[in-house]
Each structure stands twice: as structure tokens, then as C-alpha cells.
Design a protein around this ligand. Sequence first.
Ligand code: BG6
Length: 457
Amino acid sequence: MQKVDSFDMVLFGGTGDLALRKLVPALYLRHAAGQIGTGARVIAVARTSITREEYRAQIEASCRAHLPPEGFNAAQWRSFAASVDYVQVDATEAGDFRKLCLALEGREEAVRVLYLSTAPSLFTQICDNLAAAGIVTPKSRVVLEKPLGNDRASAELINRSVGAIFSEQQIYRIDHYLGKETVQNLIALRFGNTLFEPLWRRGRIRHVQITIAEQLGVEGRGQFYERTGALRDMVQSHLLQLVCILAMEPPTSNDPDAVRDEKLKVLRALRPIAGGDVQTKTVRGQYRPGAVNGQPVPGYLDEAGVAADSSTETFVALKAEIGTWRWAGVPFFLRTGKRLAKRHTEIAIQFKRAPFVLFRDTPVDSLKANQLVIHIAPDEGISMRFGAKMPGPRVKVGLVEMDFNYEDYFGSTPNTGYEVLLYDGITGDQTLFQRADMVEAGWPMSPVAGAPPHRAR
Ligand code: BG6
């Protein structure tokens, strides 16, 4: 990656959970890797009344807590921290934006990345206030964190209001899953090899399963989660993006719009789940008190900011179907949840069984199907499972596994997804960001009707 010398990143929600746990550590890692020059500045913005020094102490503590020990270097930290400023701004107070103007004075020629890591309900007001304060320059970009609204109407409204101030080329809608190495590798796997393409379709694939299991609970984000739930927090964004990469047709080039056009076609081809299908094709659940590594942890209803009778789901599983010639009849099973037994994210592509059994000692139903498993977390890699003759005088087929592990081949680099995307946002590469029409196509046309909310535990 080339070094970028001069830019200003204005981080709204600078004291929030995401900024402290992921965004600032990712920026520090870019700095430590020599990809960010001394002309770069990070200006954190939030409502909290703290000094720049107090903010620097806060981010140092969170970087030390969230990076592996070998990922933190005190000398590099000092040079990174020197580029970090803090400005107290209430995003709903237009007058407060003057303080931000002052902090940015004389830097009109630098790339300006305005990162909105706040509730989506604030996006419109922040953009309006930025424009009114004259902060939006031709070299400005706005990065919008997910979720973009909470239904199609609110997503359209955000797109319209942000689009009134920034051109589409200036808007970066982020989904950090797309920055993960193994997720990007899916594109290399599909389109950099000829081996898989003939198999990548109905007729060959029986089903696809995508699992994002988390051991964490809502981690102090109860208030946010109450409005969001697993479906909006994870399925509408991360899981659908994975479906797009798995199911899209080969793009005609790696031009950002060529790739995004193909993903959009997948989103548009997803069959809506409505009416009685909600009961038969989806499952929702909510975690109860339990234990993680022997330590007791509260149930969802006991988390701060959660209503005592909340029916918000922390687990969701569903059967998605894509109405295209390539995928008709191939179910995509998606599931995600918090406080599950272990952290485990993977995509399993299950192929059809052999149509006929040749081996006398192997009954038909004991023949296992081939599987291609893409491991995303905590291990990163790909395994292929196929039948092989078990040693012995008779021909008996058993399942064996061929493994590729990222770390063994390429060594380990801390990567949450944000490291790549922050860099792309700064250098202006929109390929891994969502376009307005993609976000809208990811929401159902109208609220799902006909299904009473049900609580499964
Ligand atoms: C975020 C969700 O987008 O992704 C969180 O808001 C979730 O609820 C997180 O924990 C999971 O990301 P990762 O990279 O840790 O799998």
C-alpha cells in the first residue's frame, strides 16, 4: 500500500464504542505500518466535554486493550497520538460546527474524510450542519456507518438528504465485513481460479450456509440494539454482502461500479419472505443468562438499556432464496447470534452427493457430500472436504479434509476489516463500499405483513 501523506479524518462519534474498539486502533495500525504520513490528522468529535489530552489517554487505553500486545508500540503510539485532536461538538447544534471549522482552517486542499460513526438518525442533521458551516469541500468524502436507516423508507430518506450535499462519488457506505481478508479472498477464489466456476451453480451445489456466531453479548449497546436486533444489525448488512459476493455473476472489470452492479442484481433477485413464510423460513431467539468461560453473564433482558419485556431478537436464522438461473432452488441458510457457544464465522458450500454408489461396502446414505468451507473467524482459511478410500482390503469411502490456513501461508496481521476500508476511503476507492441503490435493495419493499412477532428462546 502506498503511503498517504496529508488528509484530515473527522470522526463523529469519536468517544463511541466503534471508534474506541475498532476505528482508532485500525488507524493506529495503518500509521504503525508506515501507510499514513505526518501530514495526516484525526479529529475526533463528540458531545462529551473532555480535553484533547484526556481523549488521547482514552484511546491509548482502548488500543492497548484491543490490540494484541505485539501490535502496540509506545514510540509509534506517541507519533500517532500527536496527530489526534478532539473537538467537542453536539451534532444537533449548528453553532457548535464553528469549532470544527476552526480546527480545519487552512486545510481546504487536503482530502477530508468525514466519518459518521453515529446513529443513522443523525446523518441528515450532521450533513446539513457540515454544509452550513462550509466544511464540505470538493475534496471531502463522507463515510456512513451501518445500519443505514431501519427500513427502506428511512434508508431512502438518508440517501436523499446526504445526496443533496455530497455527490454519489463522495459517499462511502461502509460494511466492515467487506474489508476482511478472507471475504476479499472470496473474490479471488471465485474469479482467480477456473476450478470452482463450473461447480458454482444449481445442479452442483445443494445449499450454502453462512454462520456468524458471536460469543459477545450486546456489550453496553443495549439501547442501540433494542432498535436494531440481529436482523438489522447483521443480516441486512454483513450477511447479505456475503451472499452478494458468493452469488454474483463475474463482473466485466474491477471498476467499482462493474462490481457493484453485479451485487445489486443479487439483492434484487432475493425472494421476499412475507406472510406465512416468516413462520416457516425464519427463526428468532433471545439469549438468556448463562456463562462464558465459567463466568456468569446476564441474559439480554437484564442488559442495560433493554426493556424488561423486549422481544428484540439476538439470534436469527433464515432461508434465503435467489431467483436467478444460476441459483433457483439452492437455499442460502443464514444465521447469526450473540452469546452463542463460541465465536465462529464461516461459509459452508455443500455440494450434491454422488448420484450413484459404486462401492459395495459404502451404503448410499453414508456417502458424505463434498464441502468447501471458507473460515472467516477466528481462523482464516479454506478447507475442502471430499471422499477418499479408507485404508484396508475393501473400498470404503470416508471424508477427508484439505486445508489452507491464511496465517501459515502469509503470517498473521491484525485485521478487523476497518484497516483496509479506512485506507480505501482516504485514497478514494469505492469498490468495497455500498452504492445508494444497493442499500435500498437490501431492505424489503414494505414492512413484512401477515406475521405476528413471535419469541423463540
Ligand atoms: C457489527 C455489529 O457491525 O459487527 C456488531 O454492529 C457485531 O453487533 C460486529 O458484534 C461483528 O463484527 P466482527 O468483525 O467482530 O465479526
